[in-house]
Design a binder for this molecule. Sequence first.
Ligand code: GDP
Length: 219
Amino acid sequence: MPESTAGDAAAKPIAYNSARFLTSASKVAECPTDEGSEVAFAGRSNAGKSSAINAITVNSKLARTSKTPGRTRLINFFTLNRPGCRLVDLPGYGYAKVAKDMQDDWQQHLDDYLSRRECLRGLVLVMDIRHPLQDFDRMMIEWCEHSGLPLMILATKADKLKSGQAKQAMLRIRKALEGLECVEHLIQFSALKKQGLDTARDALTGWLESEPHEITVAP
Ligand code: GDP
């Protein structure tokens, strides 16, 4: 019987708690073979990216791998129970006060990954709901808009706001993103309160089972 692959409707459902660390890469050339489907997570340091990955995969230790010394600046890959499907933890932006040439280096690897990875189906941008749309976030959103890469925004740490305030914050974010075609999902999220997990998982599955998007290289 042929091995089931990404996009095989008859394959068993993707279970996010099956996520396991696969490998780290410091540049695109070191990434796993560019086939199957991948969804990458990006965010400013401290935005809550690791907590979001851990909550989605129900594995409190998973993204800790990405935080161990020596791995914070690497691209970390996680396999799932569906062959060929992977989650990818991109390095947190602004981790410590690194020298400008290191930031440039990081930016170059990120650019390379985003522009050259054909199996990339979408980008999850994790933002603190209390401090949304910072420069880095805007840069990533612009990149997705120009390159046609589908974007999911997790507005996380929603538990830190009262429900009315969270609702207002979501409205403001939605308004700021109006007219952008890349934004496919905007999800109020809390790793702590497990809010938005199923919505995020369903969206991830939709992407992982999707066909490749048309890549247009950003200017
Ligand atoms: P990363 O640097 O983006 O990976 O951020 P972390 O996931 O390490 O989170 C940074 C800090 O925010 C940690 O102290 C987390 O415990 C906290 N945090 C992350 N997500 C949430 C959340 O949903 N709610 C609350 N209250 N705190 C969170």
